[in-house]
Design a protein around this ligand. Structure first.
Ligand code: KIV
Ligand code: ZN
Length: 385
């Protein structure tokens, strides 16, 4: 039987913490709808207590998303949890994600709390979150540098209080893959079936994806990640890399799969790049501009003879249409509308009409309008809404 790894996307929360990546409510709604189309199991829509704008965006996303679970982050504080509970209230499937730091350095210098107080606060937070939703996730912030005995103690306590998912963040991207794997294995033996183990890996040493994959191999059944690997500092584990690694190396991930519709990966990546203005590096795995390009003659010749000589994945599988028809000034409204839908945007008829007028103006100046031109056009329209 197939085992599922849940994909928890935090582009709209941790991703938005990338310098320069802040998004307005309309932009977040566009991304949330596309994440749902991509098949993401849980969308972390923001941090409700962070600002009125974050609260409003989470609430609006909760009104329009009905297949994915909508989640808000909350510190282990009553006011944060209340804001999270209220923001996600309209969602069909909803989750509160509460956290507190568990590493000696964070407890001593950041929280200035004794370990016993941290456990007490965590229990109270989970119990309070349960008064809003049944689906509560608890994170041991900086678990990557926490002591195993303390992790087990706090995890047992929050499971008892009702947490359904236990997230193990490598908050500062410190762990190596084999260490991450060993930690998850030990925690899996300890937790058993009492809760789902999740991981949340940062990329400070470029190991976030490897750490996430080793965690899955050792029992994690939820992975937290972002589109294009956006996130604090060097970012979070990239969703597209985790999903395509699991799909491409079925021999290693025997029987384990995700719910992601991989054909929506490329459109989602482009949408996030257009909205945030943060372009993935050209050689970025899966979605970089060069990821499926072959420059050398030997490689080009090989691929023409047999695609698999130099390609381990098919561009079509991530939704990269190498033969996409370029639109121009003779293209009609119907073709234009279809293209913006394919690119992941959901617009009203009135918005489409306005965008189509702007498209025609641009098409008069530019011979060929690329998908990126259209994304730019639409994101400008959304930003000015
Ligand atoms: O990196 C981290 O520890 C986090 C938590 C809030 C889950 O983002
Ligand atoms: Zn994080």
């Amino acid at each position: 039987m197939k085992e599922q790894v849940k994909i928890f996307d935090t582009t709209l929360r941790d991703g938005e913490q990338s310098p320069g990546a802040s998004m307005n409510t309309e932009e977040k709604i566009q991304i949330a709808k596309q994440l749902e189309k991509l098949g993401v199991d849980i969308i972390e829509a923001g941090f409700a207590a962070a600002s009125p704008g974050d609260f409003e965006a989470i609430r609006k996303i909760s009104e329009v998303v009905n297949k994915s679970t909508v989640c808000s982050l909350a510190r282990a504080l009553e006011k944060d949890i209340k804001a999270a509970g209220e923001a996600i209230a309209p969602a069909k499937f909803k989750r509160i994600h509460t956290f507190i730091a568990t590493s000696p350095i964070h407890m001593k210098y950041k929280l200035r709390m004794e370990p016993e107080e941290v456990i007490k606060r965590a229990i109270e937070a989970v119990k309070y979150a349960k008064t809003f939703v049944n689906d509560v996730e608890f994170s041991c912030e900086d678990a990557g540098r926490s002591e195993m005995a303390f992790l087990k103690e706090i995890i047992a306590a929050v499971i008892e209080a009702g947490a359904k998912t236990i997230n193990i963040p490598d908050t500062v991207g410190y762990r190596f893959p084999h260490e991450m794997g060993e930690m998850i294995k030990e925690l899996k033996d300890f937790i058993g079936e009492r809760a789902i183990i999740s991981v949340h890996c940062h990329n400070d040493l470029g190991l976030a994806v490897a750490n996430s994959l080793y965690s899955v191999l050792n029992g994690a059944r939820q992975v937290e990640c972002t589109i294009n690997g956006l996130g604090e500092r060097a970012g979070n584990a990239a969703l597209e890399e985790i999903v395509m690694a699991i799909k491409t190396r079925k021999d290693i991930f025997d029987g384990i799969d995700t719910n992601i519709n991989t054909k929506e990966i490329y459109p989602t990546s482009r949408l996030v790049a257009a909205i945030t203005g943060i372009e993935p590096q050209p050689n970025k795995a899966i979605v970089g501009k060069n990821a499926f390009a072959h420059e050398s003659g030997i490689h080009q010749d090989g691929v023409l003879k047999h695609q698999e000589t130099y390609e381990i994945m098919r561009a079509e599988d991530i939704g990269l249409d190498r033969n996409a028809i370029v639109l121009g000034k003779h293209s009609g409204r119907h073709a234009f509308k279809k293209r913006i839908e394919d690119l992941g945007f959901t617009l009203s008829e009135e918005e489409i009409n306005k965008a189509f007028e702007r498209f025609k103006v641009l098409a008069d100046k530019k011979k060929e309008i690329t998908d990126d031109d259209i994304r730019m056009l639409i994101t400008n329209e959304i930003a000015s809404a």
